[in-house]
Design a protein. Structure first.
Length: 598
C-alpha cells in the first residue's frame, strides 16, 4: 500500500526486538523491512552500506539458522538495491549470489525480479538490447505470477530503455507507467526508485541529426525472450503449459493457439487455449510432459504459415524439457507417508481457506492431491461450515481453474422453474419463456458447477441429472437434439443423503454416481484451533482499505473460544462484520465490541 514510513517503523521495532526464535532472525527481518522501505520511498542514499548490511545478515543466518526463505528475501532485496543504484561490481556480485540461491530453491517470481534487476543494471551500463530481452522475459513471468506492481515496474524499465534508445513515443509511456506506480504507493521523485534509468535516457538522447532507424531483429533474436520465459526454474507443469500457449499466441496477433492432451486412443482433451474460438488449427506439433502424457500444440488463423511449424517445434522442444524437469523435481521431492498431511509450506495458498486445525490441514492436503482428478466430488457438512469454499478450492486447484465456476443452490429455486434453470430452455418452450436461457450446466461448460444442497433436487429431475453425469448430455426444454457438455460436477449437502435414499426421497443410482469422492467439512466447534485464525482473517478482509486492522484483545480471544458456534463459520463472519460496523473503528476489539449472542 505504499506506506514506507510504517514499514520502516516496523523494521526498526524488529531490529530492536529481543527474539526468542533466534538471535539473528529478527534483526535480519528488521534490516530487510528497512531496506524495502528505502527502496519503496527512494531514500536509500548509501546503497553500498545497505547492501553490505544485508549480506552480513545472510552470512549470520547461514551460520546460525538455515532459514532459506529469509535468506532468499535478503539476497533478493540486496540485488534489487544494488542493481538500481549501486556500483556495477557490487550489483553483479549481489545478483550472482541471489541467482545461485534461487537455483537451489527455485521461485518463478524471484527469477523474474532478478531478470528485471539484471536488465536494469545492463541498461545502466549501456547494453540496451540485452537489457530489453531480460526485462521482456521478466515481464511475461511477473504477469503469469500475478504481480501487478512488478509487471508495471518492468513496463517502466522497457519504456525507459526505449527512451535511452531514442524512440520518440517512449516519453508518454514512461509518464504513464510512473503514474501507475505512484498510484500503487511508489515514490518516483528525483531521488526515487529507478531514477538512474531516467538519467540514462536523458544522457543517451539522440543527436539533432535524427533518430537512427532500429535494426530489424533476426529470426533467432525473436525467440530469445519466449524461450527464456519457458525456461524459468520452479514453474509447475500447469504453469508451463499455460505459458507455452501464451507465448505462442503472442507471436501472431489474432491467431488461435491450443494445447491438447492425447489419450492412448488418440482422443484429444483441451487443456489450454488462447485467441478467438472457432478458428481452424492448421499447424500441429506433439510433445511429452515427462510423466507419460502426450500433448499436442496447435495454431491457426491469420499469419500462420508454413514457417510457423518450425517456431512451434522450437517452443515445444523447450517446453518439453521444462515439463520433464518439473516432473523430475516433483518426483524427487519428499513424499509424505500414506495418510500424512502435506506440510503447510508445500501446499498452495487458497483464498479464504484457513487450515490451522488438524482436520482442515488434512482436508487441504486431500484437495491438493485431488488437483489432477476429474472425478465427481460430494461435500458434506453442516450449514455455514464452508462447503462452498472447499468447492471453489477444488476448482482453483484443477486444470479447469481458468474456466467458468458456477454455483447453483438447489434449495433456492421454485420447483416448477427447476428444470429450465438447470438444463436451459429455448424461447417459446413454455409460457413465459420469452428468450433462450442457456441453463446453469451450459454456463459452466468447460469448467465446474457446484450443485449446493443437492438433497433438495426434485425426484423427477434426478434421472435427467444422472444421464448427464453418465454421458455428458443434456436436453434443454424445447430442444430436439441433446447437447454434449464438459462440466465437472461438485455436489454439496448438509442432509444425510444415505438417509434420504432409505426414505426413497433420493435415487440410489444417483447417490452412488455422486459419491465418487466424498469429502466432509467438520463444524467449527470440532476445530476450535481455526476460530481465532478465521476471526483474524475476517477482520483483515472486512476492515476498510484506508484503515488499520484492529487486533483482538485477550478477553475477545476467551469469548471466541468459549462460544459453541452453532452457525459455524457463517456465524463467526457475521460477528466480526457486526463488530466492525460501528464507528469509530477501535484499535483493539474486546469481548464487548464482538457482541457474541449467547
Amino acid at each position: 500500500t505504499g506506506r514506507a514510513d510504517a514499514l520502516r517503523a516496523l523494521g526498526e521495532r524488529l531490529s530492536a526486538a529481543d527474539s526468542v526464535v533466534g538471535a539473528g532472525v529478527t534483526p535480519a527481518l528488521g534490516a530487510l523491512l528497512i531496506a524495502t522501505a528505502d527502496l519503496l520511498a527512494g531514500k536509500s542514499d548509501d546503497v553500498a552500506a545497505a547492501v553490505d548490511r544485508l549480506d552480513q545478515y545472510v552470512e549470520d543466518l547461514t551460520r546460525e539458522i538455515p532459514w532459506q526463505e529469509v535468506r532468499g528475501d535478503l539476497m533478493l532485496t540486496a540485488a534489487m538495491l544494488a542493481a538500481n543504484a549501486g556500483t556495477p561490481a557490487q550489483a553483479q556480485r549481489a545478483l550472482r549470489r541471489a541467482e545461485r540461491h534461487f537455483e537451489r530453491f527455485p521461485s518463478i517470481w524471484a527469477t523474474a525480479v532478478l531478470r528485471r534487476s539484471s536488465g536494469v543494471l545492463l541498461a545502466r551500463q549501456g547494453h540496451l538490447q540485452r537489457a530489453r530481452e531480460l526485462v521482456e522475459s521478466a515481464l511475461g513471468t511477473l504477469t503469469l505470477a500475478g504481480d501487478q506492481g512488478g509487471a508495471i515496474h518492468a513496463r517502466l524499465v522497457l519504456a525507459q530503455i526505449d527512451a535511452a534508445s531514442g524512440v520518440p513515443e517512449a516519453a508518454p509511456r514512461v509518464a504513464q507507467h510512473r503514474e501507475e506506480l505512484e498510484r500503487l504507493g511508489f515514490d518516483l521523485g528525483p531521488t526515487g526508485y529507478l531514477h538512474g534509468l531516467a538519467e540514462l535516457g536523458a544522457s543517451r538522447a539522440p543527436a539533432p541529426g535524427g533518430v537512427p532507424a532500429p535494426q530489424p531483429a533476426s529470426a533467432l533474436e525473436k525467440v530469445v525472450v519466449p524461450l527464456q520465459r519457458l525456461a524459468v526454474r520452479g514453474m509447475s507443469r500447469t504453469l508451463i503449459q499455460r505459458e507455452l500457449v501464451t507465448v505462442a499466441s503472442e507471436q501472431a496477433a489474432g491467431a488461435t493457439v491450443c494445447l491438447h492432451e492425447l489419450d492412448s486412443a488418440g482422443q484429444a482433451t483441451l487443456l489450454q487455449q488462447a485467441g478467438p474460438g472457432g478458428v481452424p488449427v492448421t499447424e500441429w506439433v506433439e510433445l511429452s510432459d515427462g510423466a507419460g502424457r502426450r500433448l499436442r500444440l496447435g495454431a491457426g488463423g491469420p499469419g500462420i504459415g508454413a514457417g510457423w511449424r518450425a517456431l512451434l517445434a522450437v517452443l515445444a522442444a523447450v517446453a518439453e524439457l521444462a515439463l520433464e524437469l518439473a516432473s523430475l523435481r516433483r518426483a524427487g521431492a519428499h513424499q509424505p507417508p500414506p495418510g500424512a498431511t502435506l506440510h503447510e509450506s508445500e501446499a498452495p495458498d487458497l483464498p479464504g481457506f484457513i487450515s490451522v486445525s488438524e482436520p482442515m490441514r488434512q482436508l487441504k492436503s486431500n484437495l491438493v492431491r485431488l488437483a489432477r482428478s476429474r472425478s465427481t466430488v460430494i461435500i458434506s457438512g453442516e450449514s455455514g461450515s464452508g462447503k462452498e469454499v472447499v468447492a471453489r478450492a477444488i476448482h482453483d486447484l484443477s486444470t479447469r481453474a481458468g474456466k467458468p465456476y458456477v454455483a447453483f443452490n438447489c434449495a433456492a429455486v421454485p420447483r416448477d422453474l427447476f428444470e429450465g434453470q438447470l438444463f436451459g430452455y429455448r424461447k417459446g418452450a413454455f409460457t413465459g419463456a420469452a428468450t433462450d436461457h442457456p441453463g446453469v450446466l451450459r454456463a459452466a461448460d468447460g469448467g465446474t458447477v457446484l450443485l449446493d444442497e443437492i438433497g433438495e433436487l426434485p425426484l423427477e429431475l434426478q434421472p435427467k441429472l444422472l444421464r448427464f453425469l453418465e454421458n455428458g448430455e443434456i436436453l434443454p426444454l424445447g430442444e430436439r437434439k441433446p447437447l454434449r457438455l464438459d462440466v465437472r460436477v461438485i455436489a454439496a449437502s448438509f442432509r444425510d443423503l444415505a438417509q434420504l435414499v432409505r426414505e426413497r426421497r433420493f435415487r440410489e443410482d444417483l447417490y452412488y454416481r455422486l459419491e465418487v469422492v466424498p469429502l466432509h467439512v467438520p463444524p467449527l466447534r470440532e476445530r476450535p484451533d481455526d476460530v481465532v485464525a478465521l476471526a483474524r482473517h475476517f477482520i483483515r478482509q472486512l476492515t476498510p482499505a484506508e484503515q488499520e486492522s484492529p487486533v483482538l484483545a485477550p478477553d475477545a480471544l476467551v469469548a471466541l473460544h468459549a462460544h459453541h458456534w452453532p452457525g459455524n463459520v457463517r456465524e463467526l463472519r457475521n460477528v466480526i462484520e457486526r463488530s466492525l460496523a460501528f464507528e469509530p473503528l477501535p484499535a483493539v476489539l474486546g469481548a464487548e465490541q464482538l457482541r457474541i449472542a449467547m
